[in-house]
Design a protein around this ligand. Structure first.
Ligand code: PGA
Length: 249
């Protein structure tokens, strides 16, 4: 049995005051009502230390949104996985489409980042997903399989890796993928994981992301092979995010 995972991705949003308020409210809810699902919020680096303290005693874990492939050194502006672990993170997102597109990140680089995360004891949330043009061109499955094959670290397993399917056209558009599309792609991903990892594939959680909202969380979670959700905009609203967490049980 894979435990459901609800991951909030705050992206580049949140100053100290509103970030702390949001995290405290979430931690309070997680103390009051214990959920079966695992919850993590992936924060801007500036908020990690303070929010780590605010989450203390609650059931919400801390995550980051990217890490460098190197351990340390002359890499101005980057944060290394051991630094994120040191700041209290348990998870780190790698290969988000906003980084693949906006920062030219390749599958090879995403794999190096996921491997660095593993060395630091962090679980990597490895994102894959096709563009609208790729879907229209009938190559969505092939693109996502390639991303999975080339971005997933060697020796991946359920403890060190989560895969998030996020169709680029569904992110931030208010238009999530259809349930049939999610079902088909998650089946493809599970089969690809089995071919690659053998029995270990069954421990790897597959998240769906892209315009997840309180209104569609339950139906997305009911799709076979959807083990959780990666939530962007709705994770900035405590009520909305908590409703989504509750939908996972
Ligand atoms: P969204 O973003 O929920 O705002 O569509 C999801 C993501 O990019 O992780």
């Amino acid at each position: 049995m894979r435990r459901a995972l609800i991951a909030g991705n705050w992206k580049m949003n949140g100053l100290r005051r509103d970030g702390l308020d949001r995290a405290r409210a979430l931690a309070r809810r997680s103390r009051e009502a214990q959920l079966a699902a695992e919850i993590v919020i992936c924060l801007p680096a500036t908020l990690l230390a303070e929010i780590r303290a605010a989450l203390d005693g609650g059931a919400v874990a801390l995550g980051a949104q990217d890490c460098a492939p190197e351990e340390n050194g002359a890499f101005t502006g980057d944060a290394a996985a051991p630094m994120l672990a040191d700041a209290g993170c348990r998870y780190v997102i790698v290969g988000h489409s906003e980084r693949r597109r906006g920062h030219g990140e390749t599958d090879r680089l995403v794999r190096a980042k996921a491997q660095a995360a593993g060395r630091a004891g962090l679980a990597a949330i490895v994102c894959v997903g096709e563009t609208q043009a790729e879907r229209d061109g009938g190559v969505a499955g092939a693109v996502v399989e390639r991303q999975l094959r080339e971005s997933l670290p060697e020796g991946a397993d359920g403890a060190g890796c989560v895969v998030a399917y996020e169709p680029v056209w569904a992110i931030g558009t208010g238009r999530p993928a259809g349930l049939a599309e999610v079902r088909a792609m998650h089946a493809t991903l599970r089969a690809a994981l089995r071919a690659r990892l053998g029995p270990k594939a069954d421990g790897v959680r597959l998240l769906y992301g892209g315009s997840v909202k309180p209104e569609n969380a339950a139906e997305l979670l009911a799709v076979p092979e959807v083990d959780g959700l990666l939530v962007g905009a709705a994770s900035l609203d405590v009520e909305a995010f908590w409703t989504i967490c509750r939908a996972a049980g």
